[in-house]
Design a protein around this ligand. Structure first.
Ligand code: PLZ
Length: 444
């Protein structure tokens, strides 16, 4: 099946998972480590736009983009063409051995479009976790300090350092320690769950008191924060929070790192989610997921003096900034630069929020609707309380999956459903998917 033959409609032709998926799943359980989870064991063989097609011929509406990766759309024609052209020309040299232009071009794009009016440089890696590791490495080298601060409900990856930075033991960390030292967890601003009326500035004061008293400003190399928390359930901090944290970081010579792995690259309707808060001024950004339409590549972009703090040879890696992945990234970044992509994310926010707010008014099981752009979540509660309602999420996810709508859960309490659709999704598909979700909510 070629990409253009995938009609942008939901089609359920077998049980989900269907017989071929079930067969493959048996093989998988035999062959693949059971440590890798399976949220929906439907085996996908093709995809285009906002539709993924499984081996049984079911067409599912994708509201997850593989956790925010195929933001530009599945099998985006420009990405496909760029990859096809590049893969036939050059697949690898190792950039730090004999370089190639694609790597440089990706860095130029990121230096230009990340927020901050200062001289920047970038370096490329393979995964989000690897970007976070390298940002912390460089911040430590630059400041000569060792400690770092991260926020409750945060997520940063599955390597040893980034596991130490995650909030949740289960499922990410449990039993895999001991973890890297020097990581301090501080209170986040979580407007839905903080005491009513707590401002962003007050929440920042709470976090700053902890960092200042417990860690000591002079010992902190970096503060790492997701401007909108992804795995945590799309927690958007109260206005003023990010600004106050970054002002304190600046005043104390602490490197402010924005982990934009999930929220960055057009997802929230701006190039980077950090841009939504006036006065929030990160020194460094970690970038991955949506940058290359599904090809594995990640980046650290930041102040030139921090990015250059390493001796030559201090950062690298065999595959980082691979030529094929870089070609895909350039194809994505060019399209964002050409216009229309950010606007599409904003239009998706309008559509999702208006329908979800209407549902919230009707169904007391919905406690909160939040997020920006095409990064919107519902937090489910037991009606009349703020008690997390995981059972509701499980039921809505199950009904959606059975009816050909791929949704993802999230949240510290597993009581959040998050929407991360490809921006190429049509309004018709979004509305169709929301109808299925509303059916499920109505049944609760
Ligand atoms: N920082 C903010 O969201 C990845 C994890 C999927 P990697 N989140 C999805 C899973 O189950 O492993 C993420 C993130 C933020 C860092 C990362 C890590 O990115 O590319 O998965 O290493």
């Amino acid at each position: 099946m070629t990409e253009s033959q995938i009609s942008q409609v939901r089609k359920v032709v077998t049980a989900i998972p269907g017989p071929k998926s079930q067969e493959l799943h048996k093989r998988r359980l035999e062959a693949v480590s059971h440590g890798a989870g399976a949220a929906l064991p439907v085996y996908i063989e093709a995809a285009h736009g906002g539709i993924i097609v499984d081996v049984d011929g079911n067409q599912l509406i994708d509201l997850g983009s593989g956790i925010g990766v195929t933001t530009i759309g599945h099998t985006n024609p420009q990405v496909v063409a760029a990859v096809q052209e590049q893969v036939a020309k050059l697949t690898h040299t190792l950039f730090t051995l004999t370089p190639y232009s694609g790597y440089v071009e990706v860095c130029e794009f990121l230096n230009k479009h990340t927020p901050g009016n200062f001289k920047k440089r970038s370096a490329l890696f393979n995964s989000g976790a690897e970007a976070v590791e390298n940002a912390v490495k460089l911040a430590r080298k630059f400041t000569g300090r060792g400690e770092i601060a991260v926020f409750d409900h945060g997520y940063h990856g599955r390597t040893n350092l980034t596991m130490a930075m995650n909030f949740k033991a289960m499922p990410y960390n449990s039993g895999f320690g001991p973890f890297a030292p020097g990581v301090h967890h501080v209170p986040m601003s979580y407007p839905f769950r903080d005491e009513t009326g707590l401002t962003g500035e007050e929440a920042a004061k709470r976090a700053i008191t902890y960092m200042d008293k417990r860690v000591g400003a002079a010992n902190l190399a970096a503060i790492v924060i997701e401007p909108i928390q992804g795995e945590g359930g799309f927690i958007v901090p109260a206005p003023g929070f990010l600004k106050a944290i970054s002002e304190w970081a600046k005043a104390n010579g602490i490197v402010m790192i924005a982990d934009e792995v999930q929220a960055g690259i057009a997802r929230t309707g701006k190039w980077f989610a950090s841009e939504w808060e006036e006065g929030f001024e990160p020194d460094m950004f970690t970038i991955a997921k949506g940058i290359a339409g599904g090809m594995p590549i990640s980046a650290v972009t930041g102040r030139a003096e921090i990015m250059d703090a390493s001796h030559p040879g201090g950062i690298g890696g065999t595959f980082g900034g691979n030529p094929v992945a870089a070609a895909a990234a350039i194809a994505v970044l060019r399209q964002i630069e050409a216009g229309g992509v950010l606007e599409r994310a904003q239009a998706i926010e309008t559509l999702l929020k208006s329908r979800l707010e209407a549902m919230k008014a009707k169904y007391p099981v919905i406690g909160d609707i939040r997020g920006r752009g095409a990064m919107i979540a519902i937090e489910f509660v037991e009606p009349g309380t703020k008690n997390p309602n995981k059972a509701a999420v499980d039921a809505v996810v199950k009904h959606s999956h059975e009816n050909g709508v791929l949704v993802l859960n999230a949240g510290t309490y597993y009581n959040v459903i998050r929407f991360l659709p490809p921006l190429a999704i049509t309004d018709e598909l979004l509305n169709d998917a929301l109808n299925v979700i509303e059916e499920a909510v109505a049944k609760l």
